[in-house]
Ligand binder design. Structure first.
Ligand code: SF4
Length: 432
């Protein structure tokens, strides 16, 4: 079968989008590609930014390839599924430009994972995949298109009805083979994600050593994908890392929700000429492992601290056993060998602004960056959404968006543009 995999050319005018706007490798499509090719299918993988193509040009390239199935992602990469832009206008514009020239059209991403019927309607595509997509997409190619009702974790229309075959998929992941990326993409990937110690030299890339997280913080949008913690076989990770290094990559960003201490991986990285960045929880790292992390080439740590009181962290279900002083000490310890360390803070009811200011000053004096706390978007895949409104329905994204915009005036300095209501952003999509 011929399959096109497309990361559309993103634009975020008037969006609340929190993720980084530079191009990144679309890991979910790379994972689909390796599994599809292993099963003998012909794959065309396109990325609007990394191929330098407009939405129209992407559609033309797909049409020339004449696929039986075209898969489009609704978020720029797996890394940002937990903080995706709520609006679907870009994938919809791509699908409109493609028309009926791409075979069966399939949407993968965080939107369809939680609200499959709405996503199917807004995108006017044929199939929506729920959850982690690579194994379901392979199943579609392996005869599933002819028997959609036998494929788990998809939504599709059957005459006047929408059929949802089940809850979101989780992949096995541990045996995901090494992904490979076109030389031209790597050469164009100048961005070093979340790196601030110095200007990038040489290409960057994103990789994945683990998926999911054993915690369930209230604000974290991962209920429907990348939820349960799984660690990928180390030889596969290292094969991918070595391929990237051979392509000239000098910096890797681990997209793992939580990069947990793993001595064999750190020792293997220490033996290679590459630097890297991670997101993690500092309370899970002992001083000797932090030293190894720095020695292995880590140049950027983003650590979720969230609240500066134990009560605040408990309110967020952080399940954190360390005291606030302990957290500060570990961050400062990490900073001895890692040139950029960031403590993430979020706005929690009851946090004392004077305490926050004093803590930020103390950490900054020790070279650790801590942001000004801001409220978070109650994503439909987060426990926060469900605490506020129950199970997500067809209006979930609109509801979360309106709630967030209601708070916007109080923190308008964090986003340059005034974000627009979701219906305005999605004027080209058919509302459910
Ligand atoms: S520790 Fe991080 S990844 Fe895990 S649930 Fe909390 S915010 Fe999400």
């Amino acid at each position: 079968m011929r399959i096109a995999l497309v990361n559309p050319t993103w634009s975020f005018e008037n969006s609340i989008y929190f993720g980084c706007r530079s191009p990144h490798l679309p890991i979910e499509l790379g994972a689909c590609k390796v599994l599809l090719e292993r099963a003998g299918h012909a794959v065309l993988m396109l990325d609007g930014a990394l191929d330098g193509l407009s939405l129209t040009a992407l559609a033309e390239r797909v049409a020339e390839f004449a696929p039986d199935m075209t898969v489009v992602t609704t978020a720029p990469t797996y890394l940002f599924w937990r903080c995706a832009q709520p609006e679907l206008r870009v994938p919809r514009a791509f699908l409109d430009a493609l028309g009926d020239r791409g075979g069966r059209t399939v949407a993968v991403g965080p939107h369809g994972s939680v609200t499959p019927e709405t996503t199917l309607a807004k995108l006017a595509c044929d199939i929506v995949v729920r959850g982690e997509c690579e194994e379901v997409v392979t199943r579609l190619a392996e005869g599933g298109l002819a028997r959609l009702d036998a494929v788990p974790a998809v939504a599709f229309r059957d005459r006047a009805e929408t059929v949802v075959t089940g809850g979101p998929a989780a992949t096995s992941f541990v045996d995901l083979p090494a992904l490979s990326w076109p030389d031209a993409w790597v050469a164009r990937h100048a961005h070093h994600h979340h790196r601030f110690d110095r200007a990038p030299e040489g290409p960057g890339a994103e990789v994945e050593a683990s998926r999911g997280c054993p915690y369930s913080c209230t604000f974290c949008a991962k209920i429907d994908f990348r939820d349960k913690y799984r660690r990928r076989a180390l030889p596969n990770v290292l094969e991918e890392v070595d391929r990237l290094i051979a392509q000239g990559v000098t910096y890797l960003y681990f997209i793992d929700e939580i990069f947990l201490p793993q001595k064999p991986l750190l020792e293997a990285l220490a033996a290679r000429q590459v630097e890297f960045g991670v997101q993690t929880r500092i309370d899970l790292w002992k001083p000797d492992m932090l030293d190894l992390l720095g020695a292995a080439g880590c140049v950027s740590i983003e650590a979720g601290v969230e609240s500066l009181t134990e009560a605040g962290r408990a309110l967020l279900d952080k399940n954190c056993r360390a005291s606030t002083d302990d957290l500060a000490e570990r961050l400062i310890h990490a900073r001895r060998s890692v040139p950029f360390v960031q403590a993430n803070l979020i706005k929690v009811a009851g946090d004392d602004p004077a305490l926050v200011a004093a803590w930020r000053d103390r950490l900054r004096a020790a070279g650790v960056w801590a942001n000004d706390p801001v409220p978070l978007y109650p994503y439909p895949s987060s426990p926060d959404y469900r605490r506020l409104w129950g199970e997500p329905d067809g209006e979930a994204w609109e509801r979360a968006h309106a709630h967030y915009l209601g708070q916007f005036d109080r923190f308008s300095d964090i986003q340059e543009e005034r974000p627009a209501p979701l219906r305005e952003l999605e004027a080209a999509c058919c509302p459910a």
